[in-house]
Ligand binder design. Structure first.
Ligand code: PMP
Length: 411
């Protein structure tokens, strides 16, 4: 058992204290977005009530406070993922913008015809389409790492796919559909052997695993605040200092410049050169508060709890007749993806919702992975620190009733 207590944590989340369709809400959709504890909501409110001003410009007191709050949040993000310095943290709108920044700037600058960009077939569209576009723009070849039948990575195949021509490898650190943790250490070592750079899509891993970018030795790490108890609209891109320093910005305007004349301009140092315009100040403050909260609970505790809950859900769902579960049986955390035989997952999710159980159904922004699994869609139950085994039990009980209902309707 982990040291984390959902019974003590759940009351800190106001939204979870409600009934939905006449039943106490069981929120099992944290992989789409997590709920926010009171500390985060209050930090954002306090910022707007006391400190709000634009950053990096005003010499007045509120301007200084807002700047300190914004840059203080950057320091918290750097510590949270163990970056060498806060200058390696670029605030973005989230994982999608972070990945697009690297694909549009780094990849387009270094790739040429004959080079390779390597991704995997299980990627979220956010870590797929930017690389398709970069490959098209540069003439580089887009390649996909091979997968084992259970959806785990085939490392021998990876060794053959990543070659001296590979310039960029971009993979998910934790699949939002399969719930499997990618063997990123091995993939990073393979890529670095050939001089390729590695971007990890950490949208799902940052909330559930303790991240140490120095230990991982990844070159870029992308994640979103809203999946880790922070507000929507804020996220971060970590990049190794020497890479960020060599990269051109992809957005231009106020805040990111050093000197401007009528025909040309020069850029600020990193990270500000990548943050054109008024940044998402209150979002950063909220993300800082979320990081304080997660750190207080302890990422090791969260990791142990989420792994254990996913294993419990996997076991219960696998034991049900007529239910298919997807992804490898081990090395998983935070979520389980499944289907009820002969029933569309939207119908399953609708019946569960009628009993107050919120799960997601659809392609989860992973259409190629759905085709690989030979399904059009799946249902997904995803967990976080406020969930416990009783929530999984509610899911199973509702699913059992859904099965009887549809069995009856179909039969
Ligand atoms: N990658 C993965 C694995 C995700 O699960 C998500 C969010 N569903 C994203 C990227 C994109 O994150 P965002 O929409 O917050 O930019």
């Amino acid at each position: 058992m982990s040291a984390l207590s959902p019974a003590e944590l759940k009351p800190l989340f106001p939204i979870l204290q409600q009934d939905v369709n006449g039943h106490p809400l069981v929120y099992l959709d944290s992989a789409a977005t997590s709920q926010k504890p009171r500390q985060v909501i209050e930090a954002v409110q306090r910022y707007y009530e006391r400190d709000n001003a634009n950053v990096h410009r005003g010499v007045h007191t509120l301007g200084t406070r807002a700047t300190d709050a914004y840059e203080g949040a950057r320091e918290k993000v750097a510590r949270f993922i163990n970056a060498r310095s806060a200058s390696e943290i670029v605030f973005t709108r989230g994982a999608t913008t972070s990945i697009n920044t690297v694909a549009a700037s780094y990849a387009r600058a270094v790739c040429k015809p004959g080079d390779e960009i390597v991704i995997s077939p299980i990627e979220h569209h956010a870590n797929l389409i930017p690389w398709q576009q970069a490959a098209k723009a540069t003439g580089a070849t887009l390649k996909h790492l091979p997968m084992n039948d259970d959806g785990s990575f085939d490392l021998a195949g990876a060794a053959a796919t990543i070659t001296p021509n590979t310039k960029m490898v971009a993979v998910t650190h934790l699949s939002n559909v399969l719930g499997a943790v990618t063997p990123v250490e091995e993939i990073i070592a393979l890529a670095h052997k050939h001089g390729a750079k590695v971007l990890l899509d950490g949208a799902q891993s940052a909330p559930h695993l303790k991240i140490d970018v120095q230990k991982l030795d990844c070159d870029f790490f992308a994640f979103s605040g809203h999946k880790m108890c922070g507000p929507t609209g804020i996220g971060a891109l970590y990049g190794k200092r020497e890479l960020l320093e060599a990269m051109e910005p992809v957005e231009f305007g106020g805040e990111m410049i050093d000197y401007v004349d009528l025909f040309d301009a020069t850029w600020k140092e990193i990270p500000w050169r990548f943050e054109a315009g008024t940044p998402i100040i209150a979002g950063a403050v909220g993300l800082g508060a979320a990081i304080d909260f997660l750190t207080e609970v302890g990422m090791e505790n969260i990791e142990a709890h989420d792994r254990q809950l996913a294993a419990y859900a996997w076991e219960r769902l696998s034991a049900m007749d007529g239910v298919s579960v997807y992804g490898p049986a081990s090395g998983r955390t935070s979520l389980v993806t499944f289907n009820l035989e002969d029933v569309h997952p939207h119908d399953v999710a609708t019946v569960l919702d009628a009993e107050g159980v919120a799960v997601r159904a659809g392609h989860h922004c992973c259409q190629p992975l759905m085709r690989w699994l030979k399904v059009s869609a799946t249902a997904r139950a995803s967990f976080y620190l406020y969930n416990d085994e009783s929530d999984v039990d509610r899911l199973i009980a509702s699913l059992q009733r859904a099965k009887e209902y549809f069995g009856h309707a179909i039969g």
